[in-house]
Design a protein around this ligand. Structure first.
Ligand SMILES: O=P(O)(O)OC[C@@H](O)[C@@H](O)c1c[nH]c2ccccc12
Length: 265
């Protein structure tokens, strides 16, 4: 079974909400990566989504875009990140998910990417600009080395498409809770919860909700309907300010057991 799916299910079976922070690889220099990953593992993250900087990040909001620019200025490349992770992977026990646009993958070549990712112990890959219909080749290359290809689903897609995406997704399915770009915000619209429940009901893999999650309340509310949350901009901003301790209350909320009676009903 998928390592990612297993880790998420372990957390959920304990009554927790799975928590996947996103960080931009190479922000703060590639040498900061190892320490940041260790910090997140020790703090209780379920897995980490590791972003690869790219010059044209169409889905990224301003915080992630700026982190990407800093990482690019520091000379960060997809190959460099994977080689760096390979050098310390034994020290980490939580799974890593690479988030990259397709262009850097194509430049590296699909099979080289898959081999380097395998050598780095990567568990899953997210490529937001490869739609389901065009993902076969990428999926085959990754599955050859036992790496999951995670699909993103927009909650406003037709029900039939949502079902197909969840069926095809491996490790978990990434539920995008806002139309638009990444970034923090105050409250989650009501219809998000209705859509998430519908997705959860049809998905054979765990459902992780991301985009705009930045407060403990968001995690409490989302944890009641899905398996976990992904937090990007808040985490990237915290590391950049040297204020990573402000991530701890979010992880604390995710680790707090939900009311078991309610959950088991
Ligand atoms: O930053 P937010 O709103 O917390 O959302 C997570 C997001 O940043 C991360 O998962 C991500 C960064 N870039 C992406 C591009 C597409 C999908 C997802 C992402």
């Amino acid at each position: 079974m998928s390592r990612l799916q297993h880790q998420i299910e372990v957390r959920v079976s304990r009554g927790e909400t799975a928590f996947i922070p996103y960080i931009m690889a190479g922000d703060g220099g590639l040498s900061a990566l190892r320490e940041r990953l260790q910090f997140l593992e020790q703090a209780g993250a379920t897995a980490v989504e590791l972003g690869i900087p790219f010059s044209d990040p169409v889905a990224d909001g301003p915080v992630i875009q700026e982190a990407g620019l800093r990482a690019l200025a520091a000379g960060t490349t997809l190959r460099g990140v994977l080689e760096e992770v390979a050098s310390f992977k034994e020290e980490l026990s939580i799974p890593l998910v690479i988030m990259t646009y397709y262009n850097p993958v194509v430049q590296l070549e699909l099979t080289t990417f898959a081999q380097l990712a395998e050598a780095a112990g990567i568990a899953g890959v997210i490529v937001p600009d490869v739609p389901l219909e065009e993902s076969e080749e990428l999926k085959a290359a990754l599955n050859d080395v036992s790496i999951d290809l995670i699909q993103l689903v927009s909650l406003t897609s037709p029900a039939e498409r949502i079902g197909r995406i969840a069926e095809a997704s491996q490790g978990f399915v990434y539920a995008v809770t806002v139309n638009g770009i990444t970034g923090t915000r105050q409250s989650l619209p009501d219809e998000v919860f209705t859509h998430l429940k519908a997705l959860k009901a049809v998905s054979p893999v765990p459902v992780m909700a991301g985009f705009g999650v930045s407060l403990p309340e968001h995690i409490e509310q989302l944890g009641a309907v899905v398996d976990g949350v992904i937090v990007g901009s808040y985490v990237v901003d915290a590391f950049q300010k040297g204020a990573e301790d402000t991530i701890l209350p979010l992880i604390g909320q995710a680790l707090a057991r939900k009311d078991r009676l309610a959950v088991n009903k």
